[in-house]
Design a protein around this ligand. Sequence first.
Ligand code: HEC
Length: 115
Amino acid sequence: MKKTYILLFISGMSAVLLWCCKPSQILSGPSEPTHMEAKNARKRWPDANFHSLREGYTLFVSQCGKCHEYNSPGAYSEDDWTDILHKMARKAHLKEGEEEKVRRYIFAKKKPENE
Ligand code: HEC
């Protein structure tokens, strides 16, 4: 009888652990751009492509997590992102053009399911 309770307890704890650590939460950092996102980005900015979005992603990962956690693209409106990025680009010492690449990467990720 006692053994049953212990077993129940262990399976309950395992369920809690599994729920806490499910892969989507472990992997919830910035995600790489997809080809679909690149295709959509090209409709918006004809000179955008998978490569330039990927540069934005690399800059974001390397420069934007130094002082604080990565911010989710869905956390701010596009207008707010533009203002914030202007300020943060200076903090991250982004070169001319790099801010725009990061902006496009963020906007490409800002799909409704990310909001
Ligand atoms: C040198 C440190 C530093 C770097 C690098 C940096 N940030 Fe920040 N960031 C801050 C500080 C400090 C704040 C909070 C105070 C402020 O708004 O200035 C902040 C705030 C933010 C906020 C919240 C703004 C708000 O109004 O709620 C966002 C979003 C953000 N950063 C994004 C970024 C992005 C994107 C990058 C890369 C381009 C970046 N940060 C690089 C220091 C940094």
